[in-house]
Design a protein around this ligand. Structure first.
Ligand code: F6R
Length: 374
């Protein structure tokens, strides 16, 4: 049942190229660059006039939501708010029937996420679900559902469901942008083509980084704490990398926006602290280049204090190799698609560290796959 893999989590990490392909299948045209999401059950009219989008989710799905905010705001120019589902109704959200609600949940049964959906509906919003389980509770009340086609996820730590959610959010953002006339057809086509190239790139990368992350796990599995840093859309990936490590290896880990280090966390840095930095970039994107330059100076701040940096970077970035102890190379991609690639080595690193520490990777202590109580 584990298909020759030692754990479901490892099997599911390797299934990601297939999961992303299946989530994309039939939804994009590589002739026109059009994205088709008729299953959302919302008229283009509703999508064209939505004044804002509220996303609610928990845990890993909340990290996907944060990445989705960057995608939707960047491509469709619609303001997006992201809430922890468990917090949404306690902040007395403001009723706005022109705001669209979006629930992201692998299981479709998470109690807090369902409660947030009810609150959104009570405030007059239409809701859309991104869900991995056909017919799950969240899909019953939603106007429409964008299914992720990850297949059943057995490991408690979410991996393929997460990258499938990111894929669905990218499609949703592209679709919104198209409905609202924010992209030329050449831009749409380019992004669709790039998305369709991700699965093959991911297969190559998995082969390349497997042994490396296993080696790194040997060096770092005794660390007491880990820090994960990122900027922009890479900050949610830092959060997700830290969550993966803490939930399966029981090592304390924190994700931080790289630029916040000097506002407090720099005090933690010493020669025992591993700092994982998402230092990827899309050199053809001016905003991405700028963000990358800033992240490089954050890396220098860490190394100046003897912190031990593991950097994730796109291939052929010589300057970074000169700065840090360890570099994990990943393939190039447009800025908004880099998260799909860069999260994979972080999943593998967490996995190999947990295995070395003798942890029950698929069934971490105190955790349940779906949290049906508030
Ligand atoms: C972490 C993890 C959890 C879930 C969270 C929400 O690896 O799996 O944080 O993401 O419990 O679950 P869903 O997406 O089913 O609502």
């Amino acid at each position: 049942e584990k298909g020759g893999y030692k754990h479901f989590m490892l099997k599911e990490i390797w299934e990601q190229p297939r999961a992303i392909r299946d989530t994309t299948l039939g939804r994009i045209s590589l002739d026109s660059g059009q994205v088709f999401l008729a299953e959302m059950g919302l008229a283009s009219e509703d999508l064209a006039t939505a004044s804002s989008i509220n996303i609610a989710a928990c845990g890993t799905s909340w990290h996907a939501a944060l990445a989705g905010k960057y995608m939707i705001e960047r491509l469709a120019r619609i303001p997006v708010d992201v809430d922890y589902a468990s917090e949404y109704r306690y902040r007395d959200p403001i009723a706005d029937p022109t705001a669209l609600g979006l629930l992201i949940t692998q299981s479709g049964e998470t109690a807090d996420t369902l409660a947030a959906q009810r609150e959104m509906m009570a405030l007059g919003s239409k809701t859309v679900a991104i869900c991995n389980v056909v017919g799950a509770m969240v899909t019953r009340d939603a106007h429409g559902t964008i299914y992720t086609h990850a297949g059943p996820e057995i490991g408690v730590a979410s991996t393929k469901a997460f990258t499938s959610q990111i894929t669905a959010l990218f499609l949703f953002a592209l679709h919104l942008a198209q409905v609202r006339g924010k992209l030329t057809s050449a831009e749409s086509l380019h992004l669709c083509e790039e998305l369709s190239r991700i699965p093959a790139k991911m297969i190559d990368m998995l082969k390349a980084v497997s042994a490396q992350t296993e080696r790194l796990a040997r060096d770092f599995s005794n660390a007491r704490d880990f820090l994960y840093l990122g900027r922009g859309i890479h900050f949610p990936m830092a959060l997700e990398g830290a969550l993966k490590l803490k939930e399966i290896s029981y090592i304390h880990a924190e994700g931080y926006p790289a630029g916040e280090m000097k506002h407090g966390p720099n005090a933690l840095i010493d020669e025992t602290l591993p700092v994982v930095v998402l230092a990827t970039q899309d050199p053809s994107d001016a905003g991405s280049r700028l963000r990358y330059e800033k992240t490089l100076s954050n890396i220098q701040e860490v190394t100046a204090r003897s912190g031990r940096v593991i950097a994730i970077a796109v291939e052929d970035q010589e300057e970074i190799g000169n700065l840090v102890e360890h570099v994990i190379s990943i393939p190039r991609a447009p800025e908004l698609l880099l998260p799909l690639l860069e999260i994979v080595p972080l999943q593998l690193l967490a996995y190999h560290i947990a295995v070395r520490r003798g942890c029950d990777v698929d069934q971490p202590r105190n955790l349940a796959k779906s949290v049906t109580v508030e």
